[in-house]
Design a protein around this ligand. Structure first.
Ligand SMILES: Cc1cc2nc3c(=O)[nH]c(=O)nc-3n(C[C@H](O)[C@H](O)[C@H](O)COP(=O)(O)O)c2cc1C
Length: 176
C-alpha cells in the first residue's frame, strides 16, 4: 500500500503506522509529505527515518528522485532501504532507472521514441484528438524539463491545438 504522512501534521504518522502494523501488508510505500503539502516543500526525511524504525512491513521510499544524484544522496542517507518508487522523475526521463543502474544517459532519439509511442497510444485510446493532445501536454509538463534550452518551442507545444501544429512544435523541441 501507499501512503503520505497524513493530512496536516507529521505527528499523525505514528498513529497511522500503528494501524498499518496490525495488518498483513506486503509493502508500505511512503511518500513523506503531508496532504496539505501537495508537491511543495521537500519530503520530510526525518519523519521517514522514524517510520523506517517503527514500520514492521518492508518499506519503499517515494518522493523527489529526479536525477541520479538524488538517488545517491538518498542511498547515502538510507543504505538499508532497497525499495524505491519513482513518479515524476520517470515521466520526465524514462531512462532514469537505467541511468541509475548503469550510468548510461538517455538520448534525444530515445526520448523522441518515448514521445511518439505515448502519443500514438493516446490517439488510439482516447475518444478524440483533443483529449490525446491534452494528455500529451500533461506529459510535457514533466518531459519539458529535459529541454531547458527549448523555452520558445515548449511554449508552442503548450499552445498547439491541432495535431499538425503540435507535431511541428514537438519536432522543434527535439531538434534542439
Ligand atoms: C501524473 C501523476 C499521477 C498520479 N496518480 C496517482 C494515483 O493515481 N495514485 C497515487 O497514489 N499517487 C499518484 N500520484 C503520486 C505519485 O504516485 C507519487 O507518490 C508522487 O508523484 C511522488 O513521487 P515523485 O516525487 O517520484 O513524483 C501521481 C503522480 C503524478 C505526477
Amino acid at each position: 500500500m501507499k501512503t503520505r504522512l497524513g493530512v496536516e501534521f507529521p505527528e499523525e504518522f505514528a498513529d497511522i503506522l500503528r494501524v498499518y502494523n496490525r495488518y498483513p501488508i506486503s509493502e508500505v510505500i511512503i511518500h513523506p509529505r503531508l496532504q496539505k503539502d501537495f508537491y511543495n516543500n521537500h519530503p520530510k526525511l526525518d519523519v521517514f527515518a522514524e517510520a523506517l524504525e517503527q514500520c514492521v512491513h518492508p518499506v519503499c521510499y517515494n518522493g523527489d528522485i529526479f536525477m541520479v544524484e538524488d538517488y545517491h544522496a538518498f542511498q547515502d542517507k538510507f543504505p538499508q532501504v532497497d525499495r524505491m518508487m519513482l513518479g515524476r522523475g520517470v515521466i520526465a526521463n524514462p531512462g532514469l532507472v537505467r541511468e541509475i543502474r548503469t550510468g548510461q544517459q538517455v538520448t534525444t532519439v530515445e526520448l523522441k521514441e518515448y514521445h511518439d509511442r505515448l502519443y500514438a497510444g493516446y490517439r488510439e485510446e482516447m475518444d478524440s484528438e483533443r483529449d490525446a493532445l491534452f494528455k500529451m501536454k500533461e506529459v510535457w509538463f514533466y518531459l519539458g524539463k529535459m529541454f531547458p534550452e527549448a523555452e520558445r518551442e515548449l511554449k508552442k507545444v503548450k499552445k498547439a491545438d491541432r495535431p499538425e501544429e503540435y507535431l511541428a512544435a514537438v519536432r522543434g523541441v527535439f531538434r534542439g
